[in-house]
Design a protein around this ligand. Sequence first.
Ligand SMILES: [Zn+2]
Length: 706
Amino acid sequence: MAQELFSKKMLKNIQSLINSLRLAQRAELTDESGRNLISELYVDPLPNNAVLNQITHDDTVFLVGRKGTGKSTIFAMAQDYFRHEKKQISAYIDVKTLYGKSIAQDINVGDSNANVQKLLLFQNFITIVLTELLKELEKNLDSKNLINKILSRKKNESVRAHLSNLRKLINEPDYVDVSLKLDTGITSKGSINSAKKETSNSEFNAEITNKSIKIASANKNISEDSESLTEENIKTFSGVLLRHFSIKEYMEKISAILIEIGISKAHIFLDDFSEIDYEAQQIFVNTILAPLNNWSEKFFRFKVGAYPKRIFYGEIEKGKVSEINLDYYDLFKVKGLPELEVKAIDFLERLLDRRFDYFLQNKPEMLFQVDLQNSWESYKKILFQSSMNIPRVLGNILHYCYQSAIIYQKKITKSLIEDAAQKYYHNQIEYYFGKTNYLAEAFEELLDRYSQQQLIDNVVAKAKELKSKLASDATDLFIDLPRSGIPTSHFYIKKEYERFFYSLELNYFISKYYEQADRDGVMISIYAINYGLCKANNILFGRPDGDTKYRKYFISRHFDYNSVLEDYLLGHIEYECEICGCKYTYKEYDTLEKIDMLCYKGCKEKGKIVERKLFDKLNPFNPIERKNLLPEIELDILHTLSQNIDSNLYATVIAQELDCSYQLVGQRATKLQEKKLLDKEDKIVDGTSRKIYKITLKADSIYFKK
Ligand SMILES: [Zn+2]
């Protein structure tokens, strides 16, 4: 019998390698015995650990990148660095999870007033964050002490006692303040009267215990209509929270304890910061980030992980913070596009080399069908194109290749990578639109998705049209190409139009590839359509090799999509003044932005112009029965289960797939079970007893059977 290509042990290690890339590692990357792997697996996006150095040396840094670009991994490595520093300490705060936790706790409010509820939610959130911060500091002080032996046992115990006392304090009702005064009246229109009123009518008292909060009396005048808070409301809320908690005083206490034992800086990592509601982000910046960051002591420094274009800076002095963008086109400083591609592929290779070396003591080539026609170089290129260098996407593509080749003792071929990219697109990316009909989200949000779907459909239609049109083009750029081999995967638009593509980009339908001046000197942004989406539509990806004339292939006028976008915008988006009803087109929007959204054609009021989406049909959706609509996270849990029918999934694994906390998954699974959409069973998985989730037939037929 022929020897097997991959032994059982190798298969297991290959799987661990792939999972280390594809599953979100919210906590630290560890091996089976709990050993921290980060310093062995870490590969910096830039040579000489340049990103890590900036994170650890600059004061406050915003680390910006789409989901899966490796923000948490960089943070984990930086924490490891601080662990070995005698005078610096760090704490990791998973903002998204804590916010989810504070929403999930039932706040018992004896009042239906939405503003009061929101205030209490934010208060709960801030309390949870501060508690977590202290826990983290205690934990990190312990591990630092193990490494550096900075404290005697007695001293260590006394510091720990101080910190845990503070932690108790913040959760104790009498410290948290029994009567909470909102001493600025919020009138029924939601505007603020800043005069202080101490009458019982304009104040309410809240009794706060750990889990339940009761409002003793509340002002009936506080706006009932608070779908979204006004900026002034948010400022008032922040003010109340600031005074109520005296956060600065509290943080001063923490810093005093730490300074006494010789710590000179505390670095606080705030991960997934932009994934919380925009309102909560503003409150958080106003009450914690900005005051502490601008504080002259400079004791607390922040490292904030965020999605592109979704960051609220508020009062943070922008000169005092730096920003690192992990999207590769922004990261590598290069002279031209070909050099950028070389550097991007270099990162991909370093990333793979390190993981293969650790898990398999081998080179990545071992998994791929490398031969005379298919060089390792050509494999690296296709892996870069299909993943756009996002480690998590790369992990997912390898995961599908594992299932289609490796388990059958076959090596991965290029066509299997193409199939995997297409499968990943259908199962994960396109699903973002597919689920619209099942979501109990706000109608506006659904409309937004619907209009994005139309935009990407238009882009793909244009790329397909170009493919056949350019086949009969006799100009120099196309004449030498095989008639059926003309790539049309990339396009460009004016840089100022980028914002119309933010959502599609955030959700991986397209990726920004490069920016440069076009032939007329106008700044343009070049995008690549998702590789799997291209495959699904028979669109060839990339640009031709060989002749130097192809270096400028993407900026051929044929790939100018400005008119595709403009036609779409004229038909789909308009701006309307909420006061006088005056309408503006997207072309007039830039003018509006420059003059603080002043309704210049009509009532001359500021800030009342809203975006409207236009549709042919009044209701573009085919919603299922109302009672079956689900919150997005619940639908995502069911989707994950339906994608992995044969696997034994439990809360932790699902949480890693969805990049959220296992507590959130557990809590939502119980709700789904009550609706008979999910079953739980006890099972032994890899020697440990687990609560396994299965999707029910009912759920499958409502949500996933076409
Ligand atoms: Zn107006």
